[in-house]
Design a protein around this ligand. Structure first.
Ligand code: PHB
Length: 396
């Protein structure tokens, strides 16, 4: 048997390729091949989440650059595809990276719907996968698997942290206003659970189709309801527009605007003074005093000429987790069980603070309360310390 046929049969047996590719039998390079390590990046490079994708890629590339372009002795080669934050395109693009490009490691993505479709394929293929943003609860819940890691947060987890912080701030009544898809729905569910457990009441849930930015009727409804606060998940270009429209509608003076930190991260300059006073909760903040953050911020600004945000940290940490796994197996990604076990045990000092996974491979982490003022997300305090997500349904 030729070596290429032997390699194919080895891989096909392991991952059930024929089912996924409808009987097409591609040549698959053995994962242990020496030489460069191929990392597939499935990230948005267009649409409202494009800046988030760019920050993640920059964070990941910076980590590797700081190590001379190699991890555990393997030169790193990135291959990126634009997922456009479009769930219907996710399966085809993931298959392209896993079976077309034959990447050793998959990193993606920003949008929960795209990520859930990606993870369904990745867990079947057994490819080492790191989610550097998307919060879909299922990824570290019902879809969890030993090869799936998340270096960001889960939607329910950050919703819960924000609900707790709003209760602690004395808020009793809120309206939620988000995009209607897994991220918005699950962040609101986590928020509502914690907020109502603390005695608060969600009086109205407003949801818009993703990625709509026509906020006028939602803002008119908020103005007529006059709640004490609005809890809002938008991100990227949509978040910048929501904050500006909220302020232009004259609501900033009478209604507190709160949300997960995605509402204000990366859009500080775009919103200017319209963002002053917006309070958010996130696993990152400006003004942290750990040395890893100081070094990270300096290196990121030197490399790209802009300050990093939470997305950059999540991309940087994805490479750190991978580095820990690769180092444990001397760079041999074929030793998946040992590599994944080492990754699951990863414990290190991230720019965000101490990083570790809970049993479902989602970060157990501290969430900070921040206030946007003068173009910076100022640290006000800790909203939830060492918070793990519920990881419902994760048995692997
Ligand atoms: C998500 O779809 O999970 C998502 C997108 C953008 C964010 C956060 C979460 O900023």
């Amino acid at each position: 048997m030729s070596s290429s046929r032997r390699e194919f049969f080895t891989m096909a047996g392991a991952v059930g390729l024929s089912g996924l590719l409808g009987g097409v039998a591609p040549f698959v390079r053995p994962a242990s091949a020496a030489g460069s390590l191929k990392i597939g990046l499935l990230l948005p490079a267009s649409g409202t989440y494009a800046p988030l994708g760019e920050a993640i890629r920059r964070g990941a590339e910076l980590y590797v650059k700081e190590r001379g372009g190699a991890l555990a002795g393997r030169a790193v080669e990135f291959t990126a595809l634009d997922d456009e934050s479009a769930p219907p395109k996710a399966a085809e693009l993931t298959n392209k990276l896993v079976y077309g490009e034959k990447v050793d490691v998959l990193v993606g993505t920003v949008h929960s719907g795209v990520a859930a479709a990606m993870v369904k394929i990745a867990r079947e293929a057994g490819v080492t996968t790191l989610d550097p943003n998307a919060g879909a609860d299922a990824i570290t819940g019902g879809l969890c698997a030993p090869n799936i890691f998340r270096t960001s947060f889960s939607n329910g987890q950050i919703g819960e942290a924000t609900g707790k912080a709003m209760i602690a701030a004395g808020i009793k009544e809120a309206v939620s206003c988000t995009w209607r898809y897994a991220a918005g729905d699950e962040m609101v569910a986590g928020f509502e659970k914690a907020f109502e457990a603390g005695g608060g009441k969600v009086v109205k849930k407003i949801a818009l189709p993703f990625p709509d930015v026509e906020f006028q009727s939602a803002l008119a409804e908020i103005a007529s309801l006059k709640p004490q606060a609005v809890y809002s998940f938008f991100a990227g270009g949509g978040a910048a527009k929501f904050i500006k429209d909220f302020s232009a509608a004259g609501l900033s003076g009478s209604v507190q605007l709160w949300g997960p930190g995605f509402l204000t991260d990366g859009v500080e300059a775009a919103v200017g003074a319209a963002g002053d006073g917006v309070k958010t909760v996130l696993h990152y903040a400006e003004g942290l005093t750990n040395p890893e953050d100081a070094a990270f911020r300096k290196a990121f600004e030197a490399a790209y000429g802009v300050a990093p945000d939470v997305y950059a940290v999540q991309g940087y940490d994805a490479m750190h987790v991978l580095d820990i796994g690769l180092t444990a197996v001397g760079g041999d990604v074929a030793k998946k069980d040992a590599m994944h076990a080492a990754m699951a045990k990863a414990k290190f000092a991230s720019p965000r603070g101490p990083f570790e996974f809970s049993a479902n491979r989602n970060p157990k982490q501290t969430f900070y309360l921040r206030e946007l003022k003068g173009g910076k997300n100022h640290l006000l305090g800790v909203a939830a310390e060492g918070l793990a997500d519920a990881g419902k349904g994760c048995k692997a």
